[in-house]
Design a binder for this molecule. Structure first.
Ligand code: SF4
Length: 362
C-alpha cells in the first residue's frame, strides 16, 4: 500500500504535436456546435475509447456520414477500421452492441498491459504480477501488431502505464496506424505532470478512483493518492482530454457511489464507468466483496446523474471473453463468466487475436 512518489522509469522528453487545444478543437466546436472527438469506425460499428463501448450506428447515421464525405465503408472483421472525428452525442446515443451481437472474427477492442510495475498496491488489483515484463523492442512490436490489426480500440493499462518511458512512442505507433482509437488507463499519480505530453496522442484517459474523498480513496490506494489523482484529472480535462473516471464496485464501497458520481462531474470528467469487480489477480482474495450483476445494475440505476455526465456499468457478464495482451506479449482472454483468465498464445501476428468465443468489452 506504500506508494512510491516518482516513476521508476520516468517518461523521457518528447515532441509536442501541435497544441492540445488546437488538436482537439474541430470545425464543429469552432462553429459553436456540439463537441466532437475521435472514435474508430468499421462498417456500422463504432467504438468509444472513453467508455470502451462499441455502438451500432443507425442507417440514417451511416447515410449522413456518406453525405458528409465520411462513408463508414468496409466489412466488419476485415482490416477496414479507421479513426473518425464525430459529434460525441451522435455516438453516445447510438445503441450499444453487446458481446454476443458482434459479427467479427477479431475483438472489437483489447486491453494492452505493457507494464507490470505499479507505484501503488491496491488490494483489488486484477493484474498478475508474476508476468514477466518484455522490453522496449517487444513493446514496439506489439504496438505495430495492435495498431494495424483491425481492432477498433486499444486501451493501454498496466501496472501503471505512465511509468513507461516509451509510452508516447507506443501511443504514436498506435495512432499513426490510423485504425484504432486509443485510451490510457492510469491511477493518475503522475497525470498532472504528464497530461500536456499525452494530450496530442490519446483519444481518452481513464482514471481509476476508489473513493470520493482522500480518506476513503487513500485507505485503499495509499496516502496522497486522491490529491494527486484529482489534480491529474483537472489538468487533463483542462487540456481538452476526454476523461473517464473508473471505479470498481465492491460491497464495501457501493454506499458511496453517488458521491463518486458527483465527484467525477466536479473534477471535470465527462463520464463515469462503474466496473463490476472481477475475482482476478489480488481481487481473487476479495470474493466477499463481489456484488451480483443484478445488484450492481440496481445500484447504478438508482444514481442521480448530474447533467453533462454519462454513467456506464460494466457488468461481469459484459467482461466475459474480453481480450488482454499482457506485459509478457502473450494474448490472454477472460473466461466466459469473467471469473478467471487464461493465457492463450504469444501475440506474433494479427491472426493470433482471432476470437475463439464471444467478444467481451471492458
Ligand atoms: S489497481 Fe491499478 S493502481 Fe492499483 S495496484 Fe493495480 S495497476 Fe496499480
Amino acid at each position: 500500500m506504500t506508494p512510491h512518489p516518482e516513476p521508476t522509469e520516468p517518461m523521457g522528453p518528447l515532441e509536442m504535436m501541435g497544441t492540445p487545444e488546437a488538436a482537439r478543437t474541430g470545425p464543429a466546436e469552432a462553429a459553436g456546435h456540439a463537441p466532437s472527438r475521435t472514435f474508430a469506425i468499421c462498417g456500422d460499428l463504432i467504438h468509444d475509447p472513453a467508455t470502451g463501448l462499441t455502438h451500432h450506428l443507425q442507417p440514417e447515421q451511416i447515410t449522413a456520414l456518406a453525405h458528409a464525405g465520411e462513408p463508414a465503408g468496409g466489412r466488419c472483421g476485415q482490416p477496414t477500421v479507421r479513426r473518425i472525428r464525430l459529434p460525441e452525442h451522435l455516438v453516445e446515443d447510438a445503441p450499444v452492441v453487446g458481446p454476443a451481437q458482434r459479427d467479427r472474427r477479431l475483438p472489437a477492442s483489447v486491453c494492452w498491459s505493457p507494464i507490470v510495475r505499479c507505484n501503488l498496491s491496491c488490494p483489488q488489483c486484477l493484474d498478475d504480477t508474476s508476468v514477466i515484463e518484455a522490453g522496449h523492442a517487444d513493446r514496439v512490436r506489439v504496438a505495430g501488431i495492435l495498431g494495424g490489426a483491425g481492432v477498433l480500440g486499444v486501451d493501454i493499462s498496466g501496472g501503471e502505464p505512465l511509468l513507461l518511458r516509451d509510452l508516447p512512442e507506443l501511443l504514436d505507433l498506435l495512432i499513426e496506424a490510423g485504425q484504432c482509437a486509443v485510451s490510457v488507463t492510469t491511477n493518475a499519480w503522475h497525470l498532472e505532470r504528464l497530461a500536456a505530453r499525452l494530450a496530442p496522442r490519446v483519444d481518452a484517459i481513464r482514471v481509476s478512483l476508489d473513493g470520493p474523498d482522500a480518506a476513503r480513496h487513500d485507505a485503499i490506494r495509499g496516502a496522497t493518492s486522491f490529491e494527486r489523482a484529482a489534480a491529474g484529472i483537472r489538468q487533463a480535462a483542462a487540456l481538452g482530454i476526454r476523461v473517464q473516471v473508473q471505479t470498481v464496485l465492491m460491497r464495501s464501497t457501493r454506499a458511496h457511489l453517488q458521491e463518486m458520481t458527483d465527484l467525477a462531474r466536479e473534477l471535470g470528467a465527462a463520464g463515469l464507468t462503474v466496473l463490476q469487480m472481477l475475482p482476478l489477480g489480488a481481487g481473487a482474495n476479495l470474493r466477499h466483496e463481489l456484488l451480483s450483476d443484478d445488484e450492481a445494475s440496481a445500484t447504478t440505476a438508482a444514481l442521480n446523474v448530474p447533467a453533462g455526465l454519462r454513467v456506464r456499468l460494466r457488468t461481469r457478464d459484459l467482461a466475459g471473453g474480453f481480450s488482454i495482451v499482457r506485459a509478457d506479449g502473450n494474448l490472454w482472454r477472460n473466461h466466459p463468466d469473467a471469473q478467471g483468465i487464461g493465457s492463450l498464445l504469444p501475440l506474433l501476428s494479427r491472426d493470433d487475436l482471432q476470437l475463439t468465443g464471444r467478444d467481451g468489452n471492458a
